[in-house]
Design a protein around this ligand. Structure first.
Ligand code: SAM
Length: 388
């Protein structure tokens, strides 16, 4: 099997640079592009990046890239790739996704069918199977994806399985949870460090709080789940265990964290507690029912992170206007606290009453949202208390 792989970590629009930073922190050079980060590595890299990347969606192997303006070029291009390095005899290899953008070949089902045909033909040749006899596909699954952008094909294998945002701790969710990898990315974009207090005053199912605790304790986000590559024969179980053991050694469960989540809805607080418990963090995160309008604290230099109800989701317009306005009034006295508020409401700043220091466009699924960033006044701890 192969020693070095061309890999991509896919990322939601707006989060590519965050994923790029994470890949570099793991020790790999990378190139940040729209929707993805490219890097190279070995089997251990595949395991590590799946286990550790907090903001990415998936890790994929790039099997090959080539021009494909016709079905013949597509067939020959796919046939020419080194499939024997990836697909042992008996593998299941669905062409799970085909995407055609600004290309002469635009019929996605046909692109899928031709790709499948070419891989089958190549495997029959490699494994000396007679043509016309279908290949058995009763072994581990390798999902193949093909994308055509401006007549250029990229053929990839997904190593992840269900998307990386599925950490495995969410036993229940509320009406509008934020994706776990988006929550982690926002925390990494913020100026929160584990020695600062963190409050999510609209915590819902607790995603920001749980992700913050995992960052604070250096817990690998994928520790509680499995990945597609774990069923592959060329990924050694011992190596997977080694990387998992290394992750366990890197976690610091003794670090002191000050993380609180509040929500007006008692049912949501119960859900957040269950999720925190599933993540093994029930003792670390303080969760309680409270209206954000009642938030008061004497602590300084903290960070508030929140995705309050958006217009289209959960509340009507009038109620949103009032909530955002009360949010502004409640947070205003907390001068040394930074605030990071994610909403799709373009009139947020007006309703909140203060213009953001910085705004960043992101996508929560397909919904365009903005992260409104308000930076707290910098003070040394002995200089001031919030009410001082
Ligand atoms: C978009 S959801 C937050 C989702 C959350 N980040 C998660 O991951 O599940 C907004 C939350 O704000 C809560 N909420 C609405 N009005 C509130 C208020 N006045 N005070 C506190 N929480 C409120 C809702 O109950 C809901 O759980």
């Amino acid at each position: 099997m192969k020693k070095t792989f061309n890999l991509v970590a896919t990322a939601a629009a707006g989060l590519e640079a965050v994923v790029g930073r994470e890949v570099r922190q793991l020790g790999y050079d990378c190139q940040v592009e729209n929707g993805k980060v490219r890097f190279q590595g070995d089997v251990k890299t595949i395991i590590e990046t799946n286990l550790w990347l907090r903001a990415a969606d998936r890790i994929k192997i790039v099997v090959g890239q080539f021009p494909a303006r016709t079905f013949e070029e597509l067939f020959q291009g796919v046939f020419g790739l080194d499939w024997d390095n990836y697909l042992p005899l008996g593998s299941a290899f669905p062409i799970s996704k085909a995407k055609c953008v600004k290309s002469k070949l635009h019929n996605e089902p046909s692109v899928q069918a031709i790709t499948k045909k070419a891989v089958v033909k190549k495997l029959q040749k490699i494994y000396h199977r007679p043509e016309g006899v279908p290949l058995m596909e009763n072994g581990p699954e390798y999902k193949i994806e093909v994308s055509l952008v401006k007549d250029h094909a990229t053929v990839m294998i997904d190593t992840t399985g269900s998307s990386l945002f599925k950490r495995g701790y969410r036993v229940e969710k509320g009406g509008a949870p934020i994706k776990e990898n988006m929550a982690a990315a926002i925390l990494m974009l913020s100026n929160w460090y584990p020695d600062k207090p963190l409050i999510d005053p609209t915590c819902g199912s607790g995603t920001f709080c749980i992700e913050a605790a995992m960052i604070g304790m250096n817990i690998a986000p994928g520790f509680n789940r499995e990945f597609a590559f774990e069923s592959w024969s060329w990924v050694s179980k011992e190596l997977v265990q080694e990387v998992r053991d290394e992750a366990e050694d890197k976690a610091d469960y003794d670090v002191d964290l000050d993380i609180s989540g509040f929500d007006i809805d008692a049912r949501m607080v119960e859900i957040a507690k269950k999720n925190a418990e599933e993540a093994g963090l029930a003792d670390v995160i303080k969760l309680k029912q409270m209206r954000l309008q009642d938030l008061k604290t004497d602590k300084i230099n903290g960070v508030i992170v929140s995705n309050p109800p958006y217009g289209e989701r959960l509340l009507d317009d009038k109620a949103i206007d009032i909530l955002y306005n009360e949010m502004g009034q409640t947070f205003a006295p907390l001068k040394t606290w930074s605030k990071f508020i994610l909403t799709s409401d373009e009139g947020f700043e007006k309703k909140y009453g203060t213009q953001a220091d910085k705004k960043r466009k992101l996508y929560n699924g397909t919904l365009k949202v903005d992260l409104y960033q308000y930076f707290g006044q910098r003070v040394k701890r002995h200089q001031v208390t919030e009410r001082g």
